[in-house]
Write a protein that binds this ligand. Structure first.
Ligand code: SAH
Length: 467
């Protein structure tokens, strides 16, 4: 995957200063999934071109990433387009390779930062979802780009197989380098349906930061935000609110409808996780179940729909979360019969509590990593020694998988409140120890798409008492 940026500004060699990259040096930056190389195929006063070449490691990384999208084709996770197309990896590479320029800094030639320069950009190749050429034009033309697209055939030798979804894109425009890089940073992943990394609040901030000055006024602003944030409604809504827009949701465009369907099929990781927890609980004979660290009650609402469970409880340390849970389940208007089935209360998993006793099963979904590690012994006793449900279904992130979340810095965690994230080995050792000590057996399951090397995004332990 290759991106080139050419200028004929005089002297064109100014591009090297603006990018903080010397034209005579071949430089590389590390990405979580390979490397990006920066070099100048031509550097002269009349014309200078810089190239950014993505070198994605197809074995280490692609399997995992593609698992999300390679469905319906058994080899999809091994044979796929990731190493060859411009995708969200390109954005990561841009921000790593050209961070100074993206932030609008240039010590040697400060006046260049705000100077509009003539640029020609070439991207080979770009995947475009349904809507292809039309969508690409809708994104770039309002920003003043002249767009020229060459669509590639599926196979040159077999013309009647038709066209692929891949394009070589050529753009030209006169604008500042910072504007150009920001446009590419946001719009390339917008065109890529398979953006797979961890999408969080953080992403909204990046979108707003990189979109400053142009995204607010872009006619496709809502669609760009929604696609950039992987169509996650709650995040998109927040981003749109930041544009001081009225709340009304615009009619979905054709492309949005299509990509939403695709996203729906994929399901978010958390939904998958909750569904898997529910599946495990349903396999048991449990009639009563408690969700420990229930948060805003997604699991509780799923449990309420299952007749198997006659008594359901949700416990969380946070009043705010409990109030949200009540709101979400329409507590005030709940039918009396339903209301009788469910109890919500505030409590902490690190203190012995009689109210936790007497349930057949407990769910503890993405909670333990919020506890300080030196409190884990108390947590263990509270759950396995005192509350002692017959079944405990517990999930926690798998730290190994973080390597695939391309925007995460090595060694960082997925959530600001996480106190630790464990590898599979670490988690399994802890779980086996706890099980042995408390007369439980434990089995493990991956949660989410599993990769060969780093496993799945989350991991699950299913503990059964007294077997
Ligand atoms: N299980 C929910 C929420 C996970 S977020 C879900 O999967 O959607 C983690 C939750 O754990 C938060 O709601 C937080 O308030 C709660 N939590 C953190 N420390 C806790 C503690 N010591 N005792 C009980 N709940 C705790």
């Amino acid at each position: 995957m290759l991106l080139t940026i050419t200028t004929t500004h005089q002297p064109a060699t100014d591009l090297g200063f603006l990018l903080h990259k010397h034209p005579d040096k071949f430089q590389s930056v590390d990405l979580s999934i390979g490397q990006a190389h920066i070099f100048y195929p031509e550097s002269a006063e009349a014309k200078t071109t810089v190239a950014l070449l993505l070198d994605i490691d197809p074995t280490d990384m692609v399997r995992g990433a593609r698992n999300l999208a390679g469905k319906g084709f058994a080899l999809g996770q091994y044979v796929n387009d990731r190493p060859y197309v411009a995708s969200s990896f390109m954005s990561v590479a841009l921000s790593k390779a050209f961070s100074t320029a993206m932030n609008g800094k240039c010590e040697d030639r400060p006046e260049l930062v705000s100077t509009k320069l003539p640029f020609e950009i070439k991207i080979a190749v770009l995947p475009a979802p349904k809507g292809g050429e039309f969508l690409i034009r809708k994104l770039f033309e309002p920003l003043g780009y002249q767009v020229s697209l060459q669509r590639h055939a599926l196979d040159d030798k077999f013309k009647d197989w038709g066209d692929s979804k891949y394009f070589t894109l050529a753009l030209s425009n006169s604008l500042t380098l910072q504007e150009l890089l920001s446009h590419l940073y946001v719009l390339i992943p917008v065109l890529d349906n398979d953006k797979h990394y961890f999408v969080s609040q953080n992403e909204i901030e990046k979108l707003l930061e990189r979109g400053k000055g142009w995204l607010e006024g872009h006619p496709e602003r809502d669609q760009i935000s929604s696609r950039y944030l992987l169509n996650l409604r709650s995040l998109t809504r927040k981003a749109l609110e930041s544009f001081h827009e009225a709340d009304e949701q615009p009619e979905d465009s054709e492309e949005e409808k299509i990509s939403k369907e695709e996203i729906k099929k994929k399901e978010t990781l958390h939904q998958q996780r909750l569904a898997l927890v529910l599946e495990q609980l349903k396999k048991t004979e449990a009639k009563t179940v408690i969700d420990l660290g229930c948060g805003e009650g997604k699991m509780l609402r799923m449990l309420l729909k299952e007749k198997q469970f006659s008594r359901i409880a949700g416990m969380d340390v946070s009043y705010e979360q409990l109030n949200k849970a009540k709101e979400r389940m329409h507590w005030e208007n709940m039918a009396p019969k339903q209301k009788e089935r469910i109890t919500l209360f505030q409590g902490a998993l690190t203190y012995r509590d009689k109210r936790l006793e007497g349930y057949d099963a407990a769910a503890i979904v993405e909670v333990m990593e919020h506890l300080d590690e030196n409190r884990l012994d108390s947590f263990e006793r509270v759950v396995f020694e005192f509350a002692q449900p017959k079944t405990v279904v517990l999930t926690t992130p798998n730290a190994e998988y973080n390597a695939l979340f391309e925007k995460m810095e090595p060694g960082s965690m997925r959530h600001a409140d996480h106190r630790f994230e464990w590898t599979r080995k670490r988690f399994e050792a802890w779980a086996k120890h706890v099980a042995n000590k408390n007369n439980y057996t434990v089995e493990f399951l991956p949660v989410g798409p599993e990769t060969d090397k780093v496993g799945a995004p989350s991991q699950m332990g299913i503990f059964t008492y007294g077997n």
